[in-house]
Design a binder for this molecule. Structure first.
Ligand code: B3K
Ligand code: ZN
Length: 844
């Protein structure tokens, strides 16, 4: 397979003035007729006329009305084109029903839908399928299906024919088409300039009762983007469609967002608080793309973080504003460390802006998205809120309607602040998680903090330069007062010392407040200091972090030295969770422990060989110790914070539920399951039901409840996904792979549906100890199924191979087994390019 390099970028030889498409829909013989006005691009030297096109039959091709016979390959077609403006016409035939890759035009439960990002449009018709080619699209759909949708505004709706026009020039990856027997849940929004926009969520009739929350979330997003970024919506309608078969979460197609049904449909009975929050965030994310992604898009796919990092940053701020900034920041840090630091630690590490790829779909990663968002957060922290706002206004002004680059983005900040950001730009090109080592001293009233940055090698990058790292710091006096409020230290050299004068006593430092940079912090603080910070830090993130570090330290001590759980930690935790001045959601986070994978990452980072079974056992031992030590407190919390009355997914109620359910998980370890059984029986919403069921499964009970759950929910596919994932995710280490294998034989295991496949196997691979069964059964089972899935759906397969990306962490036997499975996958005949690239990178 061919590797594409950022350094090879060349503009396309032609400008696309306008595109007219006609679709005659048919399950296996859809005709796509295109009429496209091209003119030579004065900015391009190479005028070759090459159009991408895959998996289609060319029926006819014309230039300026005359038939031509282009040269056709597996990737597209080449023709001789005039040096003047001309009209290209073609007709192709494609087969949506047999398109199991779910890329291009495909069918899901009788409905037609599309997914074009990144390079799916080339499976629909011949076209320059690259993001820097932007044009105005008019689309005509011919079909007997009642609902026919495309981008932009509706022009005409007759029986069997619909016409749509999108006035905003866009790249082909934002094209979308939907046709089906759908109904709409509708509403409207009046924009800041007084324009009324029709809003619709299109679903199958049975799902109409699950749309209300999504529509309200959409309205909140539209309002927030006006209030906070000054961005107004720009079409008469905004449509969202829910699809059951979808490779990812959702897609920001202009005016026609397509969503995995799991990321938009919600009801109290079927969705958890976490589902509601995630749905709100994804709706916001896709909506925010209208400006950061659609109005301003990417010049090429290497610039993916330009739209994704920024849009994630925006959706994170939105969630913070809607709910709690402290809780959101902690959630994001947990997720970044669990997934992005893990990626950075292994063979798949790559810069936020990669420099080469084989299959771009493999680079929709936590590094591009979440680390990309962190980079923007750092930029904002360095320049300040006002300057950030000014820079963003300039960005929208200067680049509206363009396909931009990271250079353009950085330049906007340089021009509006006068700052030189060339060193900051290293965040886009250097892979890996920086480590920051902190030491301190105190003399004559002066406190000195010395920060040193260390960069480990990553694939293709042996040595690295010092980066700009914003380290937010505050100082507390030994009596608990904050004597130096948060200030941002800019670490730009390998080592720097920062001093604070006029202090009466040696302060206790609170370093990397609000998780101000995506780095691993090494600071030699005593347990006493951490307990002090847990009790007194004014920064919510570091307050939580102090508790988390204490938990991590005692766990590492238990794992490596067979130590007893640290009694001081248990006492400090108990007093923190009792503190009624802290919001319940925050206290729930304090009760969470680092995951098995997280601890394995920590041990591997320290040069040790983690054993997931041992980690799991010690983590269980600490959980029991907490449950016993805090027994009465947990019971008090559980009863005192129960939410009464009708279910509402708001932040306050869901925060209370997360606290009572965190307590329930501990209570269940010592009460034989009776509280959980009672909660399960009484639950009137999925949050309470699932938390109780999870607690029971974790102690090896819940068999009856699982049967009952299955019985009640067998006709709800989203709830059944939970049923599958719960069992594999929570199974005991020695049972997990056997349970997973048994579930693959269940009649409801529809492996071709990505949600169902991910629920079973995503559950298994999230069960770190279960997946890493020393007998290799977890590895073999996953590899068998990935090989099977690759033949029909490369994208989802390639993504799930990342379960193996930690293979080098483990002992020789586990390594050999995992490597063996990776080699078996790589040796599969007709392996997809997607999976080939992922597995070969992991084996390198
Ligand atoms: N832009 C899409 C992701 C497309 C993934 C293609 N493999 C969703 C999002 O980030 O909003
Ligand atoms: Zn996105």
């Amino acid at each position: 397979p061919q590797t594409i390099y950022l350094s090879d970028y060349k503009p396309f030889g032609y400008i696309v003035e306008a595109v007219e498409l006609t679709f005659r829909l048919h399950p296996t013989q859809t005709r796509v007729i295109s009429k496209i006005k091209f003119s030579p691009n004065p900015d391009a030297k190479d005028g070759e006329f090459f159009l991408h096109g895959e998996n289609m039959t060319l029926i006819s091709a014309k230039i300026n009305g005359a038939d031509i016979s282009p040269e056709i390959s597996a990737e597209g077609l080449r023709a001789n084109a005039p040096n003047d403006p001309f009209v290209w016409e073609s007709e192709v035939e494609i087969s949506p029903e047999t398109n199991t890759a779910l890329e291009g035009l495909y069918m899901s439960n009788g409905m037609y839908c599309t997914q074009c990002e990144a390079e799916g449009f080339r499976k629909i018709t011949y076209y320059p399928d690259r993001p820097d080619v932007m044009s105005v699209f008019t689309v005509r759909i011919e079909s007997d299906l009642p609902v026919l949708l495309s981008n932009g505004n509706p022009v005409k709706m007759d029986n069997g024919v619909a016409e749509w026009h999108d006035p905003w020039p866009k790249p082909a990856y934002l094209f979308a088409l939907v046709a089906g027997e759908l109904v709409n849940y509708s509403g409207d929004f009046t924009t800041m300039s007084g324009k009324k926009v029709d809003l619709n969520i299109w679903v199958r009739e049975a799902d109409l009762g699950k749309c209300a929350f999504g529509l309200e979330a959409l309205k909140r997003s539209m309002k927030w983007d006006e209030d906070v970024y000054g961005r107004e919506y720009d079409l008469d309608v905004f449509n969202i469609v829910a699809v059951d078969d979808f490779n990812m979460g959702a897609m920001e197609n202009k005016g026609l967002n397509i969503f995995n049904s799991s990321c938009v449909l919600a009801s109290p009975e079927t969705s958890t608080d976490a589902n509601f929050e995630r749905i709100e965030a994804i709706i916001a994310h896709e909506y925010f793309h209208n400006w950061t992604g659609n109005r301003i898009t990417c010049r090429d796919w290497f610039q993916l973080c330009l739209k994704e990092g920024l849009t994630v940053f925006r959706d994170q701020s939105f969630t913070g504003d809607m709910r709690s900034h402290a809780v959101k920041r902690i959630d994001d840090a947990i997720m970044l460390r669990a997934r992005q630091f893990r990626e950075d630690q292994g063979p798949l590490a790559h810069p936020v802006r990669p420099e080469s790829f084989v299959e771009i779909n493999n680079f929709y990663t936590v590094t591009v998205y979440e680390k990309g968002a962190e980079v923007i957060g750092m930029l904002k922290r360095l320049v300040g809120d006002e300057a950030y706002k000014k820079a963003l206004d300039l960005y929208f002004d200067r680049h509206d309607g363009e396909a931009a680059t990271i250079e353009d983005w950085i330049k906007v900040f340089e021009d509006s602040t006068g700052r030189d950001l060339s060193q900051f730009k290293l965040w886009y090109s250097q892979a890996g998680t920086p480590h920051v080592h902190v030491s301190d001293s105190f003399e004559d009233g002066t406190y000195a903090l010395t920060l040193r940055q260390v960069h480990k090698p990553s694939p293709g990058q042996d040595t690295k330069k010092p980066m700009v790292i914003p380290v937010a710091v505050g100082l507390l006096s030994p009596n608990g007062d904050e004597i130096v409020p948060t200030t941002v230290l800019e670490l730009t050299e390998e080592e720097q010392t920062f001093t604070f004068d006029g202090l009466g006593a040696k302060p206790i430092p609170s370093v990397l407040r609000d998780f101000s940079a995506p780095v691993v912090l090494h600071i030699d603080q005593s347990d006493k200091d951490r307990e002090f910070l847990l009790a007194h830090d004014t920064d919510a993130f570091n307050k939580w972090e102090a508790g988390r570090t204490l938990a991590r330290n005692t766990l590492i001590d238990m794992i490596t030295n067979n130590a007893e759980p640290n009694a001081d930690f248990l006492a400090a935790l108990e007093s923190a969770i009792k503190d009624e001045s802290l919001e319940p959601a925050f206290r729930a986070l304090l009760l969470g422990l680092p995951s098995v994978d997280d601890l394995a990452q920590t041990l591997a980072g320290a040069g040790e060989t983690p054993d997931p079974w041992e980690i799991h056992a010690e983590r269980d031992r600490l959980k029991r110790a907490i449950a016993e030590h805090c027994n009465d407190t947990l019971a008090d919390l559980y009863f005192a914070h129960q939410v009464q009355g009708e279910y509402s997914p708001d932040a306050v109620s869901s925060g209370k539920r997360s606290l009572t359910n965190a307590a329930l998980a501990y209570i269940t370890l010592v009460d034989g399951g009776q509280t959980a059984q009672r909660q399960f029986a009484a639950a009137n919403n999925m949050t309470q039901e699932l938390a109780a069921l999870s607690a029971l499964i974790t102690i090896g009970m819940g068999e009856e409840e699982l049967t009952d759950f299955h019985h009640r929910w067998q006709n709800d596919r989203l709830v059944m996904d939970k049923w599958f994932s719960l069992q594999t995710a929570l199974a005991a280490p020695e049972d997990a792979s056997g349970i997973a294998r048994r579930l693959t034989e269940h009649a409801a295991f529809d492996w071709k549906n990505p949600n169902r496949f991910r629920s079973l196997f995503g559950g298994l691979t999230s069960n770190t100890a279960g997946f890493h069964n020393p007998d290799g059964s977890g590895y073999a089972l996953l590899a068998d199924w990935l090989i099977k899935l690759d033949a029909i759906n490369p994208q989802t397969t390639a993504r799930m191979t990342t379960a193996f990306d930690t293979w080098k962490r483990y002992d020789a036997e586990r390594q050999a087994q995992m490597r063996g499975e990776l080699e078996r996958i790589l040796g599969t005949e007709n392996l997809s390019r997607d999976t080939y690239e992922m597995v070969s990178r992991m084996l390198k």
